[in-house]
Write a protein that binds this ligand. Structure first.
Ligand SMILES: [Zn+2]
Length: 236
């Protein structure tokens, strides 16, 4: 929480250390964002009390959501500035590199991957699972739609599913994945890589090789289920 007043004549940040230093650093940066963005309305008479949900807010449909999303954007830009993410952004998608980047930034792997998905030009997506069920996901705007949601089980056909069942902690190598396991779009090749962590947690990074016509799409929203045409572009 941030104790302050409307005109920010003083400020004090109180942070819960129970979930580790990395999460605490993010919380401090988030509250600093509220403090510096003076137009943010206090959420309580004596300042801001932000929940775990607020710390993940990305929506802008209400004033509260928008303020929380802005504080999160401030925090991630402070903790993971673009120039410190370039080794990942300039290279092929790779969870091992993202793990190294996360350690360098002293930021959680999840926050690092989310930042990467926002910054990269590659059509990637990340899916976090617990015991093989989807917990949350984040996708680049160009990544083909995933017809799966929270609580869904990953397809047996995927390397991710096999790695999770196997339970051995660590990274898989990147491999081509059955595209139908992730998308209902035609003409898409998908590659996947998984990191299996503790207690049934895992993260899978996907990236898509889109049909040629998507290259000229220039980031316009793609209709779900729109068929692809033309031959696939090979990755380097
Ligand atoms: Zn907040």
């Amino acid at each position: 929480m941030l104790l302050t007043d409307r005109v920010r004549s003083f400020g004090a940040i109180l942070v819960n250390m129970a979930h580790g230093a990395r999460r605490a650093r993010f919380s401090i940066a988030h509250e600093l964002g509220h403090f510096l963005m003076e137009r943010h309305d206090l959420s309580k008479d004596d300042g801001f009390r932000c929940t775990a949900r607020d710390m993940r807010e990305e929506r802008d449909d209400t004033r509260h959501h928008k303020q929380e999303a802005e504080a999160n954007h401030f925090a991630i830009a402070l903790l993971a500035p673009v120039y410190k993410m370039l080794t990942c952004i300039d290279d092929d998608p790779d969870l091992r590199k993202l793990q190294m980047n996360s350690d360098e930034l002293d930021l959680s792997l999840e926050a690092t991957i989310r930042r990467y998905v926002d910054l990269t030009g590659e059509p990637v997506a990340a899916i976090w699972t617990k015991d093989g069920r989807i917990r949350t996901a984040k996708r680049h705007r160009d990544f083909p739609w995933i017809p799966r949601g929270r609580g869904d089980i990953l397809s047996d056909l995927t390397q991710a599913s096999r790695a999770i069942r196997n339970g051995k902690m660590g990274f898989t190598d990147a491999a081509e994945s059955p595209a139908a396991a992730w998308t209902d779009r035609d003409g898409v090749e998908i590659y996947e890589q998984t990191r299996v962590g503790r207690d049934g947690h895992a993260v899978t990074l996907l990236w898509a090789d889109l049909p040629d016509d998507d290259d000229a799409n220039d980031g316009e929203p793609i209709e779900i289920g729109m068929p692809g045409f033309g031959r696939s572009r090979r990755r380097k």
